[in-house]
Design a protein around this ligand. Structure first.
Ligand code: ZN
Length: 102
């Protein structure tokens, strides 16, 4: 069974939207410029032109497609606990998408 398709329109590329009040507050609070959430990539308004950041968040979406809903979110939590944010394999992969060019 392909858990990736259909569910929350996840097989469709997420919409890239500027953070409103709520997400702006959350992102600034945790010190992030953007975040992937199901169906969307939310980016701070002042970072909307940052192509690398978009590549970073799109990479998280590809991880989500590749590993499935449960696999992705469980790994995200586990990697955070096991390796910390900076050294999380998902983050390392996303950073190479962000800064590695292509
Ligand atoms: Zn990331």
């Amino acid at each position: 069974m392909d858990v990736g398709s259909g569910e929350w329109g996840v097989s469709v590329a997420p919409r890239i939207v500027a953070a409103g009040r709520f997400w702006g507050w959350v992102l600034r609070r945790v010190g992030f410029d953007g975040v992937y959430v199901p169906g969307r990539i939310v980016i701070l308004p002042e970072c909307m032109g940052d192509a690398g950041l978009v590549r970073h968040e799109m990479c998280h979406w590809r991880q989500r497609m590749r590993d499935g809903f449960v696999g992705y979110w469980v790994r995200t939590g586990w990697y955070l606990v096991r390796y910390g944010y900076e050294r999380s394999p998902y983050e390392c992969e996303a950073r190479s998408a962000q800064f590695g060019g292509e």
